[in-house]
Ligand binder design. Structure first.
Ligand SMILES: [Zn+2]
Length: 402
């Protein structure tokens, strides 16, 4: 979702060393070759989209803390610019989630009339929401930020810094430091966790709130379209908790969010001598799923390939709905000349082309002329929202959930 930070992290991962617990015995889990390195950058022409740079994913699983990471990840290939577009803000379903989360954090941790930092704030939508909810002032950091504050409420006290968050900003005394959907992009997540720990110690006893995609959703529920090059880490609840407990934080709560697709963790600096501990019991939970994952992954891809082949043979017009990472990965893992268009409600994506496979992104309204027989819904969370939209357009294609 959100774009990014990182802190000039150019170090490549050591093949076997877990970036969370540093255990050097992580085992191979799955390989994916030649995937687009930037799913969330769409291209101005089909030709450019087909030439989009690609990289390999070599997933490894750490049985010690339950973490999964891409050992082939090269942070030098990543660039998060204004072209990086992963906002989900245009979905009513996502907005209601963001509002719920803001109210939860404000209510549970009493963040009212306080200072909030959002690291990797993207377009600043969540920061604006939490500042409006608790009457807070906000500082947002993001390299890809491009002045969207014009779209936020004028009476909010928001400051945006178009830079990576770094030590030099640790002097901002915050009461809440948020960092959502950033850690999974970092080759060395410990560096950022340590920076936030330093910042959290300045004057006030700040709450740190981090949110990441739930790696268990990928492993256990076969959310395989979430595997993308940009994400070098796939946290399980166990590995996320390990990361914070082991780096000087006291964990206050771990949240299972967005129908199991995200994990949130709220914590505070631990006092000296607090027990760090491990997360072995919970990590075992992931171990069983990891053992069967590669075979289940291949079976799911094969089943979808057969389904697309059948739809093509039947001559049924088919589109993919969802221009985020899931849709891009789906199209790149499967081969089918059947699908011409990807549908998305984010106006910033319209008219552009999908990295690697070259479908054009169109608005739902354009389906009125195209009249699809089948719509493949990339994220089950949006199924009802998509059905409603199709109803208002007078369309009733079959919906398949990927
Ligand atoms: Zn580990």
């Amino acid at each position: 979702m959100k774009s990014m930070i990182e802190t000039g992290q150019m170090r490549q991962l050591e093949a076997n060393r877990c970036p969370v617990c540093t255990w050097p015995g992580a085992r191979p889990l799955l390989e994916m070759r030649g995937v687009p390195i930037c799913c969330n950058v769409l291209w101005p022409s089909r030709a450019e989209a087909l030439q989009a740079p690609v990289g390999d994913i070599r997933l490894r699983y750490c049985a010690d803390c339950g973490h999964i990471f891409n050992a082939a990840f090269d942070p030098g290939l990543m660039s998060y610019t204004e072209e990086y577009e992963n906002s989900l803000h245009f979905s009513a379903r996502f907005q209601s989630y963001a509002h719920w989360l803001a109210e939860h954090l404000v209510g549970t941790h009493d963040i009212r009339g306080r200072t909030v930092i959002d690291i990797g704030c993207g377009k600043g939508d969540f920061l604006a929401t939490i500042c409006a909810t608790g009457d807070n002032r906000g500082y947002g950091f993001d390299r890809s930020y491009s002045g969207e504050s014009a779209t936020h409420r004028k009476d909010l006290d928001l400051t945006f810094v178009r830079e990576f968050y770094s030590e030099q900003y640790a002097a901002i005394a915050a009461d809440l430091i948020c960092c959502r959907h950033v850690l999974e992009h970092l080759a060395d997540p410990i560096v950022l966790v340590e920076q936030v720990r330093t910042a959290a110690g300045r004057g006030r006893d700040a709450i740190a709130y981090f949110e990441v995609p739930n790696g268990l959703y990928t492993l256990r529920d076969l959310g395989i379209w979430d595997l993308i090059y940009e994400h070098c880490s796939y946290f399980s609840p166990a590995s996320l908790e390990y990361l914070f407990r082991n780096n000087g934080f006291l964990v206050l709560e771990i949240l299972d969010l967005y129908e199991g697709q995200y994990i949130g963790i709220a914590c505070r600096r631990a006092t000296a001598g607090a027990h760090a501990g491990g997360a072995h019991a919970a990590a075992e939970d992931a171990a069983g799923h990891a053992a069967a994952f590669a075979a289940r992954f291949r079976r799911k891809v094969k089943e979808w390939q057969a389904r697309l082949d059948l739809l093509r043979w039947q001559g049924r017009r088919t589109v993919v709905w969802g221009g985020g990472s899931k849709g891009v990965t789906f199209l790149n893992l499967l081969t089918s000349p059947l699908i011409e268009f990807m549908v998305d409600i984010n106006p910033r994506k319209l008219g552009k082309y999908v990295a690697g496979t070259g479908q054009q992104v169109i608005a739902p309204e354009q389906l009125v002329d195209y009249r699809p027989d089948v719509v493949i819904v990339m994220n089950p969370v949006y199924r009802d929202e998509i059905r409603e939209k199709l109803d208002t357009l007078g369309l009733s294609p079959e919906l398949l959930t990927a």
